[in-house]
Write a protein that binds this ligand. Sequence first.
Ligand code: GLY
Length: 424
Amino acid sequence: MKILVVGSGGREHALCWKIAQSPMSDELYCAPGNGGIAQHATCVPIKAEDIEALGDFAEQNRIDLTVVGPERPLIAGIADHFRSRGLTIYGPSAAAARLEGSKAFANEVVERAGVPGKRFDVFDDPADARDYVRDRGAPIVVKADGDAAGKGVTVAETVDDALEAIDRCMVEKAFGSAGERVVIEEFLEGQECSIKVFTDGETVVPMVPSQDYKRIYDGDEGPNTGGMGCYSPVPVVTPKVLKWAIDQVLQPTVRQMAADGTPYTGTLYAGMILTDDGPRLLEYNCRFGDPETQVVVPRLEGDLVELLLATVEGRLHEVEASWRDERAVCVVCASSGYPLTYETGKEISGLGEVAGLEDVMVFHAGTKRVGRRYFTDGGRVLGVTALGSTYEQATDRAYKATGQIYFEGMYFRTDIAERAAGCD
Ligand code: GLY
């Protein structure tokens, strides 16, 4: 089969790494890819948002299956575009991707699906939103309704912070049209985790849970990032919690989307929070998570392509996913200054040495290959994933490997998976 992966981050590297191992994968392409992905796939210089050009490429090269990594093209309708051209694609339609593209839509669907949710209200007028916040008090959560590239959520500790967030979205229009409407939600406290499933619109096949570290600094301090590391499994996500999330959250949502005439197919990612009153849904994403994919995919025992195909062909009920028992830990190496401003073009050393280490995989998030040398090319540069029979072993391997890699300004958190230590 000829397979095309769309995207250029660590998530797409992990997907390409696994897809390349499939006996079904004869030719693998990635658009646009990155320096590390080029080890497994032919990188094609087409941007992930250029839906028309991606469709042309897939048609001209007779691609049998396209797998989409990031949310942007999905929300913009890449799956609909490909299907209208008779091309096979893994990922939800634009109508279904609204579960990530509109927070108000997602809240409304889960409410109708009977999913135990959180209190929320939707506002188109900043004055009404401000009155609501003053009335409710803080802490409170203010979200831009639309796709704000992961930056539209404010967990406001004070009423003033919440008022500022409303103004940023609705008056200053910091997120453009994505912030014209805001969703204000009750604040929930607890450990967060992500639970993802493959779904063909009817059947759901769970992936292993994972937990990521969103803040830049150790101890969960500093600004939010795309994710500075993660681990899987998650001790607090017991088999009972996982079953509850599937039965009470993900399956009812998938049923509701089908009943509404907008069946959801692809990866459905539930961001959950484990409160003292039990698990609750925080938000939906319409894709594989990043860096979560870098710990989930290495734990998949079987053939990823078989699962992706079963999803797009509506026969997930025929297949099972089996997962390795090992723990997986991923440490993200970032450029100094990320998530704000940072420099690129720094040469990366140590990748050759790490390549030989047992159960260690280095997924490239923002790199460029020039000849045989690699240079930084983004905020998040590498994800160093290690497997081990205990959390300690996996963490130790991941940090030992990270210690062998160097580029000027390299920054990483030193407390990834610390929470899970001793839970084996
Ligand atoms: N790591 C969070 C996300 O992929 O949305």
